[in-house]
Design a binder for this molecule. Structure first.
Ligand code: GLN
Length: 244
């Protein structure tokens, strides 16, 4: 089997090891004999986004978001076309904010979003941020598990209709909020860096299954030995004083 990923703004949107998500997808494909092609797309580069099975945007600081948002807005139709063609979309933090209505940073500067979803993001000021480890109870496509990550964002995301999960520890979409991220079956947005996928293999495999679905329909993935991943997650859960 074959799979392809378009990694957008790889050179600008890559906070707290977000590129590790790509490494995990590569590793899990290799273990299963799936041929994975990873292409990047920077500002001004011409790429047919709808040709890819998975589209990924990592997190970025306000400066980087300001540098690229016009390029991204210029790709709105191309992203819509990709969604229509069944491309699965993974968005971390700043990338997640872009798919909503707008983002207002801590200095009051507003960046227009792609507006695909109703949510919007606003940072109250420069001083207060949601920082620290986070644990989120997820139930995705019938599979329930506890996801862990690290968050560091000023933006407070309001109006998410379909969150990724329930916050057990940490902040999530807003200060001390009950809910984290966004998931609608095709787009997964989250504040979890860490990066996300190394300690949450359930999410990594969900993304691979979704990507493969676009080409092959329903595919059962061969299980992998996730002992190390589970151990890493358990260390974080213990630090957060959460019983598994
Ligand atoms: N600049 C955004 C914020 O502070 C996103 C940060 C990030 O991607 N970690 O909310």
């Amino acid at each position: 089997m074959e799979l392809s990923i378009i990694w957008m703004y790889h050179d600008l949107m890559d906070l707290y090891g977000d590129r590790g998500n790509i490494e995990v997808l590569k590793y899990r494909c290799k273990k299963r004999g799936i041929k994975l092609q990873v292409d990047t797309c920077g500002i001004g580069e011409e790429k047919d986004l709808s040709a890819y099975d998975i589209l990924f945007i990592g997190g970025g600081a306000d400066r980087e978001q300001g540098l690229l948002y016009q390029d991204l807005l210029g790709r709105k139709q191309a992203i819509q076309k990709a969604m229509n063609a069944g491309t699965f979309i993974l968005l971390i933090c700043g990338g997640y904010q872009f798919f909503g209505q707008y983002y207002i940073d801590g200095d009051g500067r507003q960046i227009e979003g792609l507006g695909f979803f109703e949510y919007f993001t606003k940072a109250p000021d420069r001083a207060r941020r949601c920082i620290g480890n986070i644990a989120v109870e997820c139930s995705l496509d019938g599979e329930s598990f506890l996801a862990v990550g690290f968050e560091n964002h000023g933006g407070q995301t309001i109006g998410v209709q379909t969150p990724l999960g329930k916050v057990i520890k940490g902040h999530g979409n807003q200060f001390q909020s009950s809910w984290e991220g966004f998931y609608n079956g095709q787009v997964l947005g989250t504040y979890m860096h860490g990066p996300l996928l190394p300690k949450n293999p359930e999410i990594a495999d969900l993304i691979l299954r979704k990507g493969l679905y676009r080409r092959y329909g329903k595919v059962d993935l061969e299980p992998l030995d996730d002992a190390l991943e589970t151990k890493a997650r358990n260390v974080m859960l213990a630090r957060m004083q959460i019983q598994k």
